[in-house]
Design a binder for this molecule. Sequence first.
Ligand code: SF4
Ligand code: SF4
Length: 350
Amino acid sequence: MRIFKENRDHSRLAILKDIPVSLEIHQGIPGTAHFRDGGSDQISCLGCTVPRCMYLSDSDIECSHIKGFPCDRSVMACPVDAIAWNDRSAAPVIDQQRCIRCGICVSRCPVGALYFSDQGEPEVNMTPGDSVINMRPDQAGQDLHACQIEQLLQVPRSGISLQASDPLFETIYEKLQRLGNAYHNPVGRNLLIALGCRCAMRRIGDVYTRMDAVYSSPAGSFGAVEIEFGKDTLDASRGILDDIAVLNTRYGVHKHNNRALVICLQLPNERQGYWQVVKDIRVVEGIKLSTITVGALMFLLWNGCVFEPENDRYYIDFDNMDLRHIICIQADCDSIPLSNGELGIMEPNK
Ligand code: SF4
Ligand code: SF4
């Protein structure tokens, strides 16, 4: 992971003539802004001085509830280094081969200039509409631009940025399964951040901090995170007991305040001991572990949701391994266009 902000060319800096009242995001068309006067426009890239599509903020990567956690300082928003600044166009450019279609960059662009094409590839709209005005890239222009970005982040958004399907997830999971270990934690961390959480990921090489990350949600739930991309999720449920103990003794987090979370690629199948261990932990310790898949997190993101595990919403165990109904409620949809058992994303595949 790169950790330094690059020097970029800001020769093309723009703002909007007016702040929209709403923003619509759909697959296949750049984000559409609706204005007070009834007009609408597809917004092109503003050439941001600090592009949110590329960088997280320092506060995103810390967990305010767990002070002193030794977190990795990488602020790259793309977990697989697939997005970079192109000085010639003064805009971000995406390496489609590396891209895993997570949608983090798309969700973070404040104007929807970065959107998913019909083919499901993130693209940058470079066609300026009537509502965009160019600025001098001097300090005054940059300050005005930064101020407007803060306002744009408050504009309500609607729409589904990428339509889920079996073939799409098959392509995504093929890429995820080929990723090196160093990318697993960034995928989990950056998805949680894009879904409205703060998340601090363990510093690489820190052998004393056993958990992969700690997070806090928009409503204030917080806890340890284990991110498991391999088949051995049993380790994740056992490891999280260790994490709960560490957060209790070293950081003063009482076990019943710890909304611990396991992020896995696929829900373990029924024969694996994972679900029984999760149930045992609830019965013996009174702790309800949350379990969610990378695919389910992406689905929530494409549907404009936040991740909120309040009220143990994501607790599933041996008696009920069905994530689908929980995701339907969170995404406010009647059904999810994924076959039953597909890749173990919404329910185990066996
Ligand atoms: S794609 Fe969006 S966030 Fe990225 S530089 Fe352009 S306007 Fe800014
Ligand atoms: S969709 Fe995800 S993987 Fe692709 S460029 Fe954006 S952040 Fe990176």
